[in-house]
Ligand binder design. Sequence first.
Ligand code: AKG
Ligand code: FE2
Length: 206
Amino acid sequence: MLNDPAPVMIVDDFVGEAVVQRLLDYAIAHEAGFRPSRVALGHANEGYIDETHRVSKVNQDIDPVMPWIEPMIRKAVADAIPKLGLVNVDQYFLEPEIAWSGDGAFFKMHADTLRHRANPRVLTMVLYFHKEPKAFQGGELRLYGLGAQPDSGDDYREIEPRWDRAVFFPSWFPHEVLPVRCRSASFEDGRFALNCWVHRTSGNGT
Ligand SMILES: O=C(O)CCC(=O)C(=O)O
Ligand SMILES: [Fe+2]
């Protein structure tokens, strides 16, 4: 039986032009802080690099940008919780990072939940931004239904990584990022995404 693709909440014009520009400027100015992305497995805390599964770079050192966007994120999280059918998320903390996808980047099917940990990720937010005019193609986000398998033709919802678009979905649904094609190797020409995971701190063990 095929399951419906993940429920999703999409908010366009999420932080506004001025804030998007600040995010982009921050990311470009901190290019040196971007490290090859890792994938998690079981109990491995740091995860490991697997370029057959995921190619991109991430920068988790983004404390200065959070005050610009945290109020919008918290407001949207409050809307997303009932809309996406989440329960027991009375208390949470946020785990933000900026991801950069250059030419050839991708992220194969995965879920974002880190299993066997206290305070699991329950809600994923991705906010897209890039330099104008846009210098990459591809990089669409595909959201699948529970139980979907890679390359098996399961139904999906495909979301374009539009400038200042925020996408929210429950973290346990399988999803993937299609390959990015970029017209140059220049960092600023890539696909940028601010990922922010909501970690539930309430209702654990229930
Ligand atoms: O960039 C995206 O569209 C999604 C990224 C993602 O799935 C992740 O970082 O776990
Ligand atoms: Fe993900």
